[in-house]
Design a protein around this ligand. Structure first.
Ligand code: NDP
Ligand code: OXD
Length: 310
């Protein structure tokens, strides 16, 4: 029973080490050193090259190394086996820290003060003095990540709303759902946080039309996927003043190409897709548990609904 890891090279040794600690009986190989492909029963993957998983004739499950599984579904040859994803306290905590950091940064007008510093300007007039309970924050996606973010934003006192596919009831959070409630959700959202999965329904969701439904001068934080944002529409919304600033962790092409206009845009903050990072120390345990379940014929943890795409 062999697990194949297909992922960027720099952390492979760490994964190997953690598997040795948590599941010493499991044989673990790292792509491209597959050995006999017939040995491989499970694959733990992050952005595997298209066609590689289809070469494994006895594959029983693909375990996404991240919370998202969209990087697997882009491969048209992905084998028809169960797909699971990561749900992990550390991963969630990282995203929540990122969301809180950037919401607070916008709430406290930090981009204005950063620009003033570049110009050696001392101007202590806050652009607008607002209390947290007067600041309307909206989170798209109320899943594992979105639910934690809204709870902690609400605990800080923000006026918080969330938008999801199906109806939710979360204490202290104004919940909106479905396409019909997207416009009212956006209309009340001054700081918009995107934590949606990438699916056929959510691709390009932040476009000229939807960005125009936000109040003028709104802020955007995208820690979900680059394909949620239409790049040219974002740049247009920043130029017109419809958006004041955007913080982007994810991009249509990663790494972000050196000549992309986002890099030097004064109203865009870029982070290199590290809002949160899967931590092998905790995640090997759920991978090992899912392998145990596959072997025992038990239902898997954190199964992805292939039809829904998340
Ligand atoms: P979940 O599957 O737990 O939650 C997804 C949420 O999105 C659910 O609330 C779901 O609604 C909602 N949703 C899905 N489709 C729609 C739709 N068409 N309209 C409205 N709402 C929709 O995912 P996670 O919270 O675990 O992760 C979210 C995403 O965050 C990941 O898919 C990944 O892309 C990204 N991510 C980014 C990281 C980074 O470092 N930048 C790190 C980790 C994840 P419902 O509840 O009704 O089903
Ligand atoms: C994930 C990610 O999906 O890091 O986990 O983007």
């Amino acid at each position: 029973m062999t697990l194949l890891i297909i992922a960027p090279g720099e952390r492979l040794e760490w994964w190997q080490r953690e598997f040795t600690r948590a599941a010493p009986d499991l044989e673990v190989r790292s792509w491209p050193d597959v050995g006999d492909p017939a040995d491989i029963r499970y694959a733990l993957a992050w952005k595997p090259p298209a066609g590689e998983l289809a070469k494994l004739p006895n594959l029983q499950a693909v375990l996404s190394m991240g919370a998202g599984a969209d990087h697997l579904f882009v491969d048209p040859t992905l084998p028809d086996v169960p797909v699971t994803r990561v749900v992990d306290l550390y991963l969630t905590a990282g995203i929540t820290e990122y969301v809180l950091m950037h919401v607070l940064r916008y709430h406290r007008n930090q981009p204005v003060f950063a620009a003033q510093q570049r110009e050696h300007v001392w101007d202590d007039r806050a652009r607008e003095l607002r209390q947290a309970d007067e600041r309307r924050v909206g989170v798209m996606g109320l899943g594992e990540l979105g639910r934690d973010a809204v709870a902690k934003l609400a605990a800080l006192g923000f006026d918080v709303a969330g938008w999801s596919r199906t109806a939710k009831d979360i204490p202290g959070v104004a919940c909106f759902d479905g396409p019909d409630e997207l416009a009212p959700f956006l209309a009340r959202t001054e700081i918009l946080v995107c934590l949606l999965p990438m699916t056929a329904q959510t691709a390009d969701i932040l476009n000229r039309e939807t960005l125009a439904q936000l109040p003028q001068g709104a802020y955007l934080i995208n820690a979900a996927r680059g394909g949620h944002v239409v790049d040219a529409d974002l740049i247009g919304a920043l130029a017109s003043g419809q958006l004041a600033h955007a913080t982007l962790d994810v991009f249509r092409e990663e790494p972000l190409p050196g000549d992309h206009p986002f890099w030097d845009h004064p109203q865009i903050t870029i982070t290199p897709h590290n809002a949160s990072i899967t931590d092998p120390r905790s995640v090997v345990r759920q991978v090992a548990e899912n392998i145990r379940r596959i072997d025992a014929g038990e239902p898997l943890l954190h199964l992805v609904d292939r039809e829904a795409g998340y």
